[in-house]
Design a protein. Structure first.
Length: 85
């Protein structure tokens, strides 16, 4: 199976963009969440831990989504390099 040469590069750049956007969104959300917590003055540690848990889960999902095409691309390149011509 012949892979179109530019699609792996497009996929790598697109997933990197999505990962970067996800990290930016997490940081922006945490900034506003901490700003609201600072203004309210009565926030329990459980609420803070819940905010951090949600931020961590979304980051990990984004990292997995970023890694799947990258690993697939590397495996396909390895298989194509091993095939005798």
């Amino acid at each position: 199976m012949k892979i179109i040469s530019h699609w792996p590069e497009v996929t790598k750049h697109l997933t990197a963009l999505v990962l970067g956007w996800g990290v930016f969104s997490i940081l922006l959300g945490l900034f506003y969440a901490f700003d609201i917590m600072e203004a309210s003055k009565a926030v329990s540690s459980e609420v803070i831990l819940d905010f951090l848990k949600v931020a961590t889960v979304t980051f990990l999902i984004g990292l997995i989504v970023f890694s799947i095409p990258l690993l697939t691309w590397k495996l396909l390149n390895k298989k194509n390099a091993e095939k005798p011509v």
